[in-house]
Ligand binder design. Structure first.
Ligand SMILES: Nc1ncnc2c1ncn2[C@@H]1O[C@H](COP(=O)(O)OP(=O)(O)O)[C@@H](O)[C@H]1O
Ligand SMILES: N[C@@H](CCOP(=O)(O)O)C(=O)O
Length: 303
């Protein structure tokens, strides 16, 4: 019997404004892998949204799968991986986190590790460096995470999100590592207290489904947006235009340069149509919330 694994990983948006490095939301834009066993590692990329030049040894999916196999002290067999993706790279839609989650799932399947959801999101968050995108890609829905001093990750997640989102994806990349360099090393006490109060309000509003208020606090981040705004094309114009067209609020998606608006479900289609001619160089899409997280289908064929 030969096995093929079909692995589907959702992309994600992180932060939603002040939920910096903690809040993630899985989006219905997917990275897909078809995995078969063979002697040597090989990747085939079938999408404009995937790296063009790469070596197997530097490929994020491979390096993560290898790291996970080594951590569990098992041999990683050779694999052929055919990938397609709806996630543009370095746009703030969690492509790196989805590749990390994919690498963990590849190792989980081909090495028969039987990882739990908790092991997957803990590993993915450690590798990515923050739990927001990684947890959302593993669990689906809305995730709120925090690492404890001993390295454990506490996560609350819910699939119950009754609001709509639209993304404005510009045709430029911004590497997350670059967008993290502009952030201050420290915050003044009063500033941090204010920033954290805004994050608390965002979280409480999201969990009580008070989306109007969630939108308001999406626009009151003090942790990262004030320092990144200049890196984000049309940041102020999009926020204002989106608000005028009925969005509850708009924030940088992850580290940018995409921005994301939160809207009442019934308004999202008209909103997107209204925005398209106003920002013609952007790919503007209504995106649904993914509620499943990473998914695996196993197909067995007789050789
Ligand atoms: N499917 C993938 N396969 C291999 N590498 C990937 C994949 N997706 C993302 N990456 C790597 O992650 C980088 C983008 O990561 P990052 O700057 O964090 O942006 P993003 O906001 O999209 O996560 C890409 O340039 C590429 O090196
Ligand atoms: N919390 C991180 C999120 C980065 O998300 P990405 O999709 O841009 O990788 C940050 O804001 O740096």
């Amino acid at each position: 019997m030969a096995k093929t694994w079909s692995i589907t990983v959702p992309g994600s948006t992180a932060n939603l404004g002040p939920g910096f490095d903690s809040i993630g939301l899985a989006l219905g834009l997917y990275l897909k892998l078809e995995v078969t066993l063979q002697d040597e590692w090989e990747f085939e990329h079938h999408s404009v949204h995937l790296p063009e030049k790469f070596t197997v040894e530097e490929h994020l999916v491979y390096t993560v799968a290898k790291e996970v196999a080594e951590r569990f002290d098992v041999e990683l067999p050779g694999c052929k991986i055919v990938m397609t993706s709806e996630l543009p790279l370095a746009r703030g839609l969690g492509s790196s986190a989805s590749a990390i989650v994919a690498g963990i799932e590849v190792a989980n399947q081909v090495c028969e590790l039987n990882l739990t959801l908790e092991q997957k999101y803990t590993l993915a968050s450690r590798i990515e460096g923050h739990p927001d995108n990684a947890s959302a890609s593993v669990c689906g829905g809305l995730t709120i995470g925090a690492s404890l001093p001993n390295g454990d990750l506490e996560l609350i997640h819910t699939q119950d999100v009754q609001a709509a989102f639209a993304v404005f994806i510009p045709n430029v990349e911004l590497k997350t590592a670059e967008a993290r360099k502009v952030l201050p090393a420290q915050y003044d006490k009063a500033y941090a207290v204010h920033a954290s109060a805004n994050a608390n309000m965002l979280t409480a509003a999201l969990l009580t489904k008070d989306y109007k208020r969630a939108g308001k606090f999406m626009e009151h981040d003090l942790f990262h947006e004030p320092f990144r705004a200049n890196l984000i094309p049309n940041y102020h114009e999009i926020r204002q235009t989106a608000k005028d067209a009925g969005a509850y609020g708009t924030a940088i998606s992850g580290a940018g340069p995409t921005v994301i608006s939160l809207l009442p479900i019934e308004k999202v289609t008209a909103f997107v149509e209204k925005m398209k001619p106003l920002f013609p160089t952007y790919d503007i899409q209504a995106v649904r919330v993914d509620t499943k997280g990473v998914q695996v289908e196993i197909h067995e064929t007789i050789n």
